[in-house]
Design a protein around this ligand. Sequence first.
Ligand SMILES: *Cc1c(COP(=O)(O)O)cnc(C)c1O
Length: 381
Amino acid sequence: MTEKKADYQKGRAWIELDMTALRYNIEELKKLLPKDCLIMPAVKANAYGHGAILIAKKLNRLGIKSLCVACVDEGMELRQNGIEGEILILGYTHPYRFPLLHKYRLTQSVIDYKYARLLNDYGKKLDVHLKIDTGMHRLGERSENTNLILKIFQLENLNISGIYTHLCVSDGSSAKDIQYTTAQADAFNDVLCQIRNNGFNCPKIHLQASYGVLNYPELSGDYARIGIALYGVLSEKEYGCAAKLRPVLSIKARVVCVKDLFKGESVGYGLEYTTKKNSKIAVISIGYADGYPRSLSCGIGDVLISGLHAPIVGRICMDQIIVDISDIYNVKAGDVAVIIGKSGNNEITVYDIAEKTNSITNEVLSRLGTRLERIIVNGGE
Ligand SMILES: *Cc1c(COP(=O)(O)O)cnc(C)c1O
């Protein structure tokens, strides 16, 4: 029934969101964390392609009041759509845009001491979380620079409500990875001790992302910044998982044209594919501009129609793909092709696409285009 509604609303290519899966994933992940550690979902990159506003609204309704995004624009978009609670910007904001932090009550990450001074010089009180670099060597003031970190606490315009670090090999299981992660946690705890020993109140702490929660539940703080796992997948399939998760997203697209080809005729740009026998093909309205990777061209990828695999023939175009349906009975224009998700007894997962394109699910999902419409098919209330 819900599927019919989805069909009716969406013409060309669309994402279906199963919010009961989202809710279920949250409950599963909560089981791994102590009661007093709250989930702070990462809804950056349009909620990993799922649609930030729909996802954030659902999270708010589920009582989640802290979110993180990558940049000020993402934070603004959430506020403009009525999202409540704390919104932490994980990345850099240019000083020219500091007024937006104030206007939209966004919490900025302090990426080093110098940046803290810039934020302070803006002159109005700003909410911030302090980022500490404990070994990833991306953003954050270096954990060894205790003096600078303590000086940040003395800046009068910064309301430091949180302090955090990011683990860079918490997905690894080698002895080296475990040792490195433990060292990162130790360096972070040393910083926290120094803050307390110097008479400052220690703000809320957080250091785990998805893999931190799954592999190092004991490292929990006040928050866990969970992204990919919330959406019901991990970055790669072979990682074992302590939690049973359910994918939130499926992608569907319309069969817009069906035609017969004679043996020896070619298909698409570059005439890359030539039929070996009389064949039937279908044109489907989704392409690389929608984030469907072009490297799935020429039989690498496939879609599901009526529960059966239809291989992609020829090159993927910007807005369309062509598939071979010679072995699928009675396909007609208007039918729905499953790009990611289940159809009959078969399923194409985002892992399949990540593997075939030599990438990770995070990249495949976060690149899904804005042109895809997002609709809730389950658990919308
Ligand atoms: C993206 C991001 C997260 C979420 O990571 P997942 O692995 O998707 O859970 C957490 N923290 C920081 C700093 C991030 O950039």
